[in-house]
Design a protein around this ligand. Structure first.
Ligand SMILES: Nc1ncnc2c1ncn2[C@@H]1O[C@H](COP(=O)(O)OP(=O)(O)OP(=O)(O)O)[C@@H](O)[C@H]1O
Ligand SMILES: O=C(O)C1=C[C@@H](O)[C@@H](O)[C@H](O)C1
Ligand SMILES: [Mg+2]
Length: 171
């Protein structure tokens, strides 16, 4: 079985569904944000604050290249900005991994996220227009990178969404 890469915005459900899906598939779960933080020895807000977004994006590309090259059967939870860099889009397109875009509108993402705290791409204030702007830039890239587009706003909840996703992957 090839790897399954989860793509999508902050609040799309990558971590929640990634864990549930990995359980259902009996496969390991890995978080790219987690790998980056572990390698840097500090959390992502601190990487952004101390080293800048460009440095974070460089580390993100290195982590993506490493995990895709390992070609292990597992569920990979990516950061929301993974499609911003052309190098990452190329790595994704060239990989044999199944790639799932967890899609949801800005209003639902904002409700799930709640607060911008700990999220360096967001600032205080209404999150809906901020997320809409990021989505406007990223949505077409997520779709182009994905082998499956999966709307999460329509599922009754994470358990139901994970069951449906597992079914789609076994088709
Ligand atoms: N299909 C779903 N239906 C309803 N709520 C969901 C669904 N998927 C996730 N959620 C809820 O949305 C919130 C955000 O989900 P999650 O943390 O998995 O998103 P994420 O894509 O990993 O985003 P980030 O890593 O940026 O926080 C959680 O509270 C989760 O329970
Ligand atoms: O949407 C984004 O650009 C980000 C999402 C998070 O998962 C982290 O990767 C980081 O905070 C950047
Ligand atoms: Mg997450």
């Amino acid at each position: 079985m090839s790897a399954t890469v989860l793509l999508g915005m902050m609040g799309a459900g990558k971590t929640t569904l990634g864990g549930l899906l990995a359980e259902r598939l009996g496969a390991p779960y890995a978080s790219l944000d987690g790998m980056i933080a572990a390698a840097a020895g500090k959390d992502i807000p601190r990487i952004f604050a101390e080293d800048g977004e460009d440095e974070f994006r460089r580390q993100e590309t290195a982590a993506l290249a490493e995990i895709l090259a390992a070609d292990a059967a597992g569920v990979i939870d990516t950061g929301g900005g993974i499609v911003d860099r052309p190098a990452n889009r190329e790595l994704l397109a060239a990989s044999s991994a199944r790639r799932i875009y967890l899609q949801a509108p800005a209003e639902i993402l904002a409700a799930r996220i709640g607060t911008p705290e700990g999220r360096p791409m967001l600032v205080e204030g209404d999150l809906v227009p901020q997320l809409a702007k990021l989505l406007e830039r990223r949505d077409a890239h997520y779709r182009a990178a994905a082998t499956i587009v999966f709307p999460t706003a329509e599922a009754a909840g994470p358990e139901e969404a994970a069951a449906e996703l597992a079914r789609l992957l076994q088709e």
